[in-house]
Design a protein around this ligand. Structure first.
Ligand code: FMN
Length: 424
């Protein structure tokens, strides 16, 4: 069966993208607390349904900044889309047009504003140094029919994205990126005064990336036509609130003076409904990262090793051995992590969604298989279900008796989103 929901697309993307691209698209800043909380906030909010209301005719169409769209969902600006697929931003624009909505082109896209001529488009503005580069891009956008300028205000400096650091992220040489994302190209001196400079181009100005009533009020005072409650999908300042949690505060502060949009964690139609119910005019959707999917959000459980079953109901493969800790992330990724203490027994048995996650974890912890005298890594590839590749690595690593190394390894694997538990 093909993909049924956004999570399925995430898993497919994870299978198809190489480690470099996947780290970039899926990663958040720091410990990715905000990234996860964006999604969790939608889960925390419950719907309060009312019945026997005439819903014989249902319309999803609305307008944002005067443009009619078929559904209250706008495509958020995402940099470097050709990193995911050669058709890149053009393909997204086609999809947006087919869906009857607006696509916002990033200032750090892999095509110039003038190359994207299809459908309703907004242009997202990063203010680069020198400013003339930014001005040239805005002029192109204005000349080519973009209908709003979206100033992103949460990137004076790029966030610390540790997945990128781990894979030593590189922009492939065959890609031309419009802005200098990774080389300190942002003009960090941008301030509220610059909203007036942007308004001078004659298009409505949208302020994207605020999270407080105070900033929402300032945006209105400086003439913003709309604000986007956004934390950049958890990719900038880790530890800020989930966007849904601050939406009402912003809506109250704006008090009808501008349109309020929200992005971050929107994964389903019901999420859109929740945002609208709390006062958003529409939402923007960005990029689903694999770590954000429920399939990867594990709850530590015991398993058959200790006489009980894992959350998935499956039996632990290490039955009969002496586990000191067992955690199953979930059945779908068959992620289990077992630590044993007996020399000669497997010290670590991990099923991970992607082999490179574990290898990266091992490397980062300085216990890469190649560095262990007694290492005998064996990789078994299997299939679970139709589309879920299961990769199991069984590592016979003699050196894992060292507590400190084990803990470092666990931390690294954790960061690579294979959840591990401390040995008890
Ligand atoms: C891979 C990626 C690239 C992004 N690039 C940009 C960008 O160039 N400009 C921008 O304003 N926001 C950018 N964002 C942030 C999104 O516009 C949006 O705020 C965020 O993705 C919303 O969260 P969601 O991914 O949970 O939907 C990017 C997000 C991702 C995931």
């Amino acid at each position: 069966m093909g993909p049924v929901n956004g999570w399925d697309y995430e898993r497919l993307a994870e299978e198809k993208l190489d480690a470099n691209a996947h780290a970039y698209f899926a990663g958040g800043a720091g410990d990715e607390v905000t990234l996860r909380d964006n999604v969790a906030a939608f889960e925390r909010r419950k719907l309060r349904p009312r019945v026997l209301v005439d819903v014989g005719e249902v319309l999803t169409a609305t307008t944002v900044l005067g443009t009619e769209i078929a559904l209250p969902v706008v495509i958020a600006p995402l940099a470097m889309q050709r990193l995911a697929h050669p058709a890149g931003e053009e393909a997204t624009a086609r999809a947006a047009e087919a869906a009857g909505t607006i696509m916002c082109l990033s200032s750090a896209a892999t095509c110039a504003p003038e190359e994207l001529t299809q459908g309703d488009r907004w242009f997202q503005v990063y203010v680069w140094r020198p400013r003339a580069k930014t001005e040239a891009a805005i002029e192109q956008a204005v000349a080519h029919g973009y209908s709003a300028l979206v100033l992103t205000v949460d990137v004076p400096y790029i966030g610390r994205r540790e997945r990128d650091i781990r894979v030593d992220f590189k922009v492939p040489e065959n890609l031309t990126v419009q802005g200098n994302l990774f080389g300190g190209g942002f003009d960090a001196s941008v301030s509220w005064r610059d909203l007036e400079w942007l308004a001078g181009y004659g298009l409505p100005v949208v302020v994207k990336g605020l999270l407080t009533a105070e900033d929402a009020a300032l945006a209105c005072e400086h003439g913003a036509a709309a604000v986007v409650v956004s934390n950049h999908g958890g990719r900038q300042l880790d530890g800020v609130p989930a966007t849904l949690d601050v939406l009402e505060e912003v809506v109250d502060a704006v008090d009808g003076r501008a349109e309020v949009l929200l992005d971050g964690g929107v994964r389903r139609g019901a999420d859109v409904l929740k945002a609208l119910a709390l006062g958003a005019r529409a939402v923007m959707i960005g990029c689903c990262g694999a770590s954000r999917s429920p399939a990867k959000r594990a709850s530590p459980t015991s398993c058959a090793c200790s006489g009980r079953r894992s959350s998935s109901g499956s039996r632990c493969s290490a039955v009969g051995r002496r586990p000191t800790s067992v955690v199953h992330t979930c059945d779908e990724v068959a992620a289990a992590h077992h630590l044993h203490r007996r020399p000669g027994e497997p010290h670590l048995v991990a099923g991970v969604a992607r082999k490179q996650d574990l290898v990266a974890g091992l490397d980062a912890a300085g216990v890469g298989a190649h560095r262990c005298d007694h290492a005998r890594p064996a990789v078994r590839l299997g299939r679970r279900g139709d589309d879920q590749a299961e990769i199991r690595l069984r590592l016979l690593v003699g050196r894992l008796d060292d507590d400190e190394v084990v803990q470092r390894l666990e931390r690294e694997i954790d960061a690579a989103h294979v959840i591990a538990a401390r040995p008890r």
